[in-house]
Design a protein around this ligand. Structure first.
Ligand code: IMP
Ligand code: MG
Length: 178
């Protein structure tokens, strides 16, 4: 047997805490979007695991698309530059769009995405982020759905990485560089 995958740091949110919160978010979205077929736009790569769980907590005929933006290199701090690495396939005109993001840190990625997606004529556009870095204001950033507010530490697991590692951990860990 090999050692279980374990980053330097500690568990911040357990798999069970994450799943319980996602169930609530899914129920809320199901109520808010009753009788419509929202389009979930996942922001790769960090949101892929969250998006899969969130979608299964929503009882509506959702559709999926993905886009990839890059604002971070292998470092644990922002480069300040956002660019589209992979664009959507589906036309947003008249669609009820829900952007599914892993974490809102500076809000830079989100602001860029919102401007970009709003220019494509969706019927509505809301954000459903799993994590919000504490100190950021959800209402100032226009965030409708938030899973958890977390401390300033860098986090990995549940889709989030450092240098592409640890995305497959079921729990969310605070990452303390050795
Ligand atoms: P923002 O543009 O500063 O809001 O950064 C948002 C993006 O940076 C997220 O979608 C993540 O991909 C990445 N990011 C920010 N904080 C973390 C973290 O603690 N762990 C892993 N990725 C992060
Ligand atoms: Mg991301």
């Amino acid at each position: 047997m090999t050692e279980p995958l374990k980053p330097p740091g500690k568990v911040l949110l357990t798999e069970q805490q994450i799943q319980e919160r996602i169930t609530q978010l899914g129920q809320k979205i199901t109520e808010d979007y009753a009788d419509s077929a929202p389009l979930l736009v996942g922001v790769l790569k960090g949101a892929f695991i969250y998006m899969a769980d969130l979608a299964r907590a929503i009882s509506l005929p959702v559709e999926f698309d993905f886009m990839a933006v890059s604002s971070y290199g292998n470092a644990t701090k922002t480069s300040g530059v956002v660019r589209i690495v992979k664009d959507l396939d589906i036309d947003l005109t008249g669609r009820h769009v829900i952007v599914v993001e892993d974490i809102i840190d500076s809000g830079l990625t989100l602001n860029y995405l919102r401007k970009n997606l709003e220019s494509r004529g969706p019927a509505s556009l809301e954000i459903c982020a799993l994590l919000l870095r504490s100190g950021r204001q959800a209402n100032e950033l226009g965030l409708k759905y938030i899973g958890f507010e977390i401390p300033p530490d860098f986090v990995v697991g549940y889709g989030l990485d450092v240098a592409e590692r640890y995305r497959n951990l079921p729990d969310l860990w605070s990452y303390e560089e050795e």
